[in-house]
Each structure stands twice: as structure tokens, then as C-alpha cells.
Design a protein around this ligand. Structure first.
Ligand code: GAR
Length: 187
């Protein structure tokens, strides 16, 4: 099996990146993490790229020509699949057009509920019964592409934002790899 050369985009902690790196080292996992792009030079996740000797690039997405830099690097490393793992920037339409149904994102809510930021506080405020995560294809509308995998849990009475975050992230570590397996099993 030829593993798909994949780029993971991050902005912060990178715990999903770490998990995907470790899963991608399994013989039958369909992707190989060949590049990490961070739009934050202080993102902790860059340390995982360094530790596992994966090429990484820091790209300031506030610069007007940042998209060119992204394309050049994706080309240089022959990237054919992209995972957004805590990337806190809306992906440009040029990138979406060039990587149609080749970009997936993980979001910490049961989409279509709670698109966008501050999901956990909104979930609590809304007195939701369940929370969870969604892995979906990226299209031009925020957090709106079709769902690949969704995992949920029941919210307990005394759960605060941090509890929801921890429980959600725990589910993310199985949801993201499962979504990737599902995509490539169907091709
Ligand atoms: C994840 O929980 C992910 O769902 C969320 O950021 C976190 C990144 O954690 N993504 C979004 O909120 C995207 N809108 P990580 O850096 O430890 O993987």
C-alpha cells in the first residue's frame, strides 16, 4: 500500500497531530505525515514535527501572499491530502479548489451545531444533552462540509468547559484516524 503524502495544518497544542503521527506509523494506516504547516511560530505542536523529524514550515497567514507559500510547500513535498488539526484560520478558496475533497477538518462539536469558535461555552449555555466532535470535508463555508465521522458523549450535570474539552479531545483521538481510514477504504 502506498501511503498518501499528507500535510497537517496546526495553530497550537498539536495533540491531534501527535496522535496522527503515531497512527501513521502503523503499517496499514493509509497516510504518512510528510509535512506540518503552522501559522503560529509558537505552536507547541511544532515540537512533534521536530521530534519525529517531519519537515515543518511556519507560514504567517496574515501576509497577503501566504497562499503562494502554502502551494509551493505542498508541491515541494508532493502532498495529496490535508488534515486541519486545530488550524485556527479559514482556508482560502484557492486551496479548497485545488484540493477538492482532499482537505478534512476536526471540529469540537456535533456539527451542524456550534460552528465556529468558543464551542464549549456555547454548548453549556444552551444546556445541551450531548457534546462531541465531527470530522468533515472542508468546503467554502465554515464548518459546513459533509460529515465523515462524528462521536458523542452525554454531558454530566457538573461538567464545566474544561471537562467538555477533555472529553471531546479524547474522542477526537479515535475519530480523526477513523475518518481517514474510512475515506481511503472507500476509494
Ligand atoms: C481540537 O480540539 C480541535 O477540535 C479544535 O482545536 C483543537 C486543537 O487541539 N479545532 C477547532 O476548534 C477548529 N475550529 P490540538 O492542537 O491539541 O490538536
Amino acid at each position: 500500500m502506498v501511503k498518501k503524502k499528507t500535510c497537517v495544518f496546526i495553530s497550537g497544542k498539536g495533540s491531534n497531530l501527535k496522535n496522527l503521527i503515531s497512527r501513521s506509523r502503523e503499517k496499514n494506516f493509509p497516510i504518512n505525515i510528510s509535512l506540518v504547516i503552522s501559522n503560529n511560530k509558537n505552536a507547541y505542536g511544532i515540537n512533534y514535527a521536530k521530534k519525529f523529524r517531519i519537515p515543518y514550515v511556519i507560514i504567517n497567514t496574515k501576509n497577503q501572499n501566504y497562499e503562494n507559500k502554502v502551494f509551493l510547500n505542498l508541491k515541494k513535498y508532493k502532498i495529496s491530502f490535508i488534515c486541519l488539526a486545530g488550524f485556527m484560520k479559514i482556508i482560502s478558496s484557492g486551496l479548497i479548489k485545488n484540493y477538492k475533497r482532499k482537505i478534512i477538518n476536526i471540529h469540537p462539536s456535533l456539527l451542524p451545531k456550534f460552528k465556529g469558535l468558543n464551542t464549549f461555552s456555547r454548548i453549556l449555555k444552551n444546556k445541551e444533552i450531548k457534546a462531541g466532535c465531527t470530522v468533515h470535508y472542508v468546503n467554502e463555508k465554515l464548518d459546513s462540509g459533509s460529515t465523515i465521522t462524528q462521536k458523542s458523549f452525554f454531558i454530566e450535570d457538573n461538567d464545566n468547559e474544561l471537562d467538555l474539552k477533555k472529553k471531546t479531545q479524547k474522542l477526537e483521538y479515535s475519530a480523526f484516524p477513523e475518518a481517514i481510514i474510512k475515506i481511503f477504504r472507500n476509494i
